[in-house]
Each structure stands twice: as C-alpha cells, then as structure tokens.
Design a protein. Structure first.
Length: 80
C-alpha cells in the first residue's frame, strides 16, 4: 500500500510530497529528496520528530503513515 508523505528541507523550509511503497528505504527517500534539491545525499539525514531515521530501514519498519511529515536535515555527524 502506497503512503504519501511530505519531506521538508529544513535549510530553506521548502517541501516535496512523495509516494512511497512499504519496501522503500530511508536511503531511497534521502537520495530522492537530495537529488530534487541538488544536494549531496551523503551529507543529509531524515528526522521524524526528535528521532533520526536509520538509512537501512524501510518505510514499513519505521511506521510511516499517510500524511506524515519528515525533515531532511544536515547530518549532525558531518555526513559520510
């Protein structure tokens, strides 16, 4: 089942809507969002509330729900 979410770029407060399948990974979301904004995916992470999301987890594993808002933020550890 497809889940529609919003990804907010915290650097410029713009956002994009994404439709995701349960098997897609957090890394897939980061890659797509970074490409959209012309950023280096390795320098960013996703945050849902106060929790950083693990790149290896899937949409299903992190329990993303319809209309969730997650944030693309600079990696606090400086990227890879």
């Amino acid at each position: 089942m497809t889940v529609r979410i919003t990804v907010v770029n915290t650097l410029n407060n713009s956002s994009i809507r994404m439709e995701l399948e349960p098997y897609e990974s957090v890394e897939d979301i980061v890659d797509t969002a970074a490409e959209y904004w012309g950023k280096d995916a390795g320098a960013y992470v996703l945050r849902k509330g106060s929790k950083l999301l693990n790149r290896g987890q899937t949409v299903d594993e992190i329990n993303l729900s319809e209309d969730d808002v997650i944030e693309l933020i600079p990696d606090p550890e400086g990227g890879f």
